[in-house]
Design a protein around this ligand. Sequence first.
Ligand SMILES: O=C(O)CCC(=O)C(=O)O
Ligand SMILES: [Fe+2]
Length: 290
Amino acid sequence: MTAVLNLEYKDWNPELSTQDQLVAAEALEAGSILFLPELSFKFDPTELPLLEMAPTSSKNIGFNAQKQRVSGIDCAEKETKALEAMMTRYTEEAKKLVLSLFPKYEAMQTGLTSLRTVEAEGRKAASFRKDDTRLHIDAFPSRPTGSRRLLRVFCNINQTDAPRVWQAGESFENVAMKFLPKAQQYSTLLATLRNVVGITKTFQTHYDSIMLKLHHLMKADMEYQRDVSKRECSFPPGSVWIVFSDQVSHAVVSGKQMMEQTFYLPVDSMYHPDTSPLHVLERLTGKHLV
Ligand SMILES: O=C(O)CCC(=O)C(=O)O
Ligand SMILES: [Fe+2]
């Protein structure tokens, strides 16, 4: 089952010894959640109303740091600017944190930043596949990673004392062994077509295809959801947790305001690439998947 490593850092840019870095990297890459109970994201009082704004349709107010563009919200210019500034700050803090912990991840690319402001418990999902209250590993239909890892930095920014509660399930290897038999079918031609017509933003590799199927198969299997061994994790306001969400089986139970930063990490920038979902799946299938 998923382990949790507590790190008592209070700063987004902590000075760490090589030994501290290796211990954290070892745990993260083995599929643990790194939990920083003392690390909080600071707001200017003028920003607090932004945390009550509702996204238009999806669960997220999104921010693309490269394009400096906010999405998923309908608001005035002044608020958009304030959101951009706040989300940029979160991106910068998250990047500093990851690179202080894992200097070897220098080649990572910055993905989307999200702000969630809607209570997760009881939130209606458009379909079971979008229901994050079911255990899953992350794989996104329109954004294949190729083979890159999904590294995400979450922060509970609730303005009340309610924690964000997650469930964390079994190891990636166990997930893969259970669902892989139904997840292997793949057509390069179809993947090319999907990319050409814009269903996917980039080409979906065989690896991406398996990951997306694992995501769907896990969420569709209610017996699995009920019976698989899992633990509950409670992340209080003013805490941060870091996970490889393509590896750690997770589900949200409850919680309101949260920020999150996604990074994409090339597998060969890892300390131990052989622990990556790509390598696990290649071992299990006996095939090259990218
Ligand atoms: O909202 C959360 O706490 C996590 C939901 C989730 O599974 C995700 O963002 O991938
Ligand atoms: Fe997820």
